[in-house]
Design a protein around this ligand. Structure first.
Ligand SMILES: *Cc1c(COP(=O)(O)O)cnc(C)c1O
Length: 412
């Protein structure tokens, strides 16, 4: 063993993942085939540029890998142009802004505490809020997006780009409506489907492709690939600006990045092949079914859910009626082997480090093969631990029994 310290920590992390219920909705378990591509010799190669136009020699195989990843993404999402080089979701959004906006132009995105992402124009501390003007829309008191209000705000604010995408919104997004709003005010529409890409492929969430100019997704969430991202230009985007694909590519390299992580791109290609399969579509459907069972059971136990339930892979619990804050709840649940994250609820009266809610989701549990029966039990675990913290040990033991029945990786 070359490095026993790190080897041991990796082994411990594997045990932690095996023995806990991973319910952070942005997390998942990539397949062994994806991990194999990630850990391959492909990572040794520098490949600045794009297939057929590299700044280094020796890219004969790399070109084929990247071309295949792009081909699979185009087919799966039905888009004419794809860039698979962004290092992750945040730099991918930066590249979209870099390609389509000038510094000081206005971004209109969903506010963080309404379920948006930092890169959607969060003011003051993020690049998207510092180098651009930002106008943030919010969800209503009922937890739903109010499209009338978004339209009014867009008309008043005249943003150059509208971002439709969420990290903590349990409902379907009406991309068609967003498309009409963007058209009305002459803004680009960026659909950020980082969380829901796998659901879009499985046809359990409508695709934004007909309505957006650009679609961005991370590849490691419901898509279940390596950590990375893709930027897709739609037919609508190309009709607006025939050079949009080129502009995106130039913004990624040389605009923002140097050498692409081709091992990641190989792993993205593997994940996209997996996502083309019928079992993957079944997987996407089961994610939503599981989330709905979990929501129903949590409601039965007296939990308040933001928006009253879920249409997708995640649930946001408003804990104020339980006399516990989100951070304390998340820390307590982790001791029982249930891993969730503290999260702001819409219009949260509490500060961001001690928000009033927790966010939990089903993509990773569904990858392990868990179904409605397990979701019902898990709702009980959550209720028990929050009501009677003395029960932590007992719950942890039952969680271990459950996780043992659903191994993630049977042979590593
Ligand atoms: C996860 C996420 C991102 C950022 O992805 P990173 O890979 O963490 O940088 C951007 N937008 C949305 C909506 C996300 O959910």
């Amino acid at each position: 063993m070359v490095d026993p310290q790190i080897a041991q920590l990796i082994e411990k992390e594997k045990e932690r993942q095996e023995n806990t219920l991973m319910m952070i909705p942005s997390e998942n378990y990539a397949s062994l085939a994806v991990l194999e591509a990630l850990g391959s010799v492909v990572q040794n190669k520098y490949a600045e540029g794009y297939s057929g136009k590299r700044y280094y020699q020796g890219n004969i195989n790399i070109d084929k890998i990247e071309t295949l990843a792009i081909k699979r993404a185009k087919k799966l999402f039905a888009v004419p142009h794809v860039n698979v080089q962004p290092y992750s979701g945040s730099p991918a959004n930066a590249a979209v802004y870099f390609a389509l906006l000038k510094p000081g132009d206005k971004i209109m995105g969903l506010a963080l505490n309404s379920g948006g992402h930092l890169t959607h124009g969060y003011p003051k501390i993020t690049f998207s809020g510092r180098y651009f003007q930002s106008a943030q829309y919010e969800v209503g008191e009922d937890g739903f997006l109010d499209y009338e209000e978004i339209e009014e705000q867009a008309i008043a604010q005249r943003p150059k780009i509208i971002v439709a995408g969420t990290t903590a919104y349990p409902r379907i997004l009406d991309f068609e409506r967003f498309g009409r709003i963007a058209d009305k005010v002459g803004a680009y529409l960026l659909a950020d489907i980082s969380h829901i890409a796998g659901l879009v492929i499985a046809n359990v969430h409508p695709s934004p492709v007909p309505y957006a100019d650009v679609v961005m997704t991370t590849t490691h969430k419901t898509l279940r690939g390596p950590r990375g991202a893709m930027i897709m230009v739609t037919r609508k985007g190309l009709a607006k600006d025939g050079q949009m694909g080129k502009r995106i590519d130039r913004a990624v390299f040389p605009g923002l990045q140097g050498g692409p992580h081709e091992n990641t791109i190989a792993a993205i290609a593997v994940a996209l092949r997996e996502a083309q399969s019928k079992p993957f579509r079944e997987y996407g459907k089961q994610i939503v079914k599981n989330a709905q069972v979990l929501a129903r059971e949590l409601l039965r136990m007296g939990f308040n859910l933001v928006s009253g339930g879920t249409d997708n892979h995640l649930i946001l619990i408003d804990l104020r009626n339980k006399k516990i804050d989100g951070k304390t709840a998340a820390v307590t649940l982790e001791k029982a082997g249930v891993v969730v994250n503290a999260n702001a609820i819409p219009h949260d009266p509490n500060p961001p480090y001690r928000p009033s809610g927790i966010r939990l989701g089903t993509p990773a549990l569904t990858s392990r093969g868990m179904k409605g029966r397990e979701m019902t039990q898990i709702a009980h675990f959550i209720s028990e631990v929050i009501k009677i913290p003395e029960e932590i040990k007992m719950v942890k033991n039952i969680v271990m029994k459950m996780t043992n029945q659903f191994p993630i990786y049977k042979n590593i």
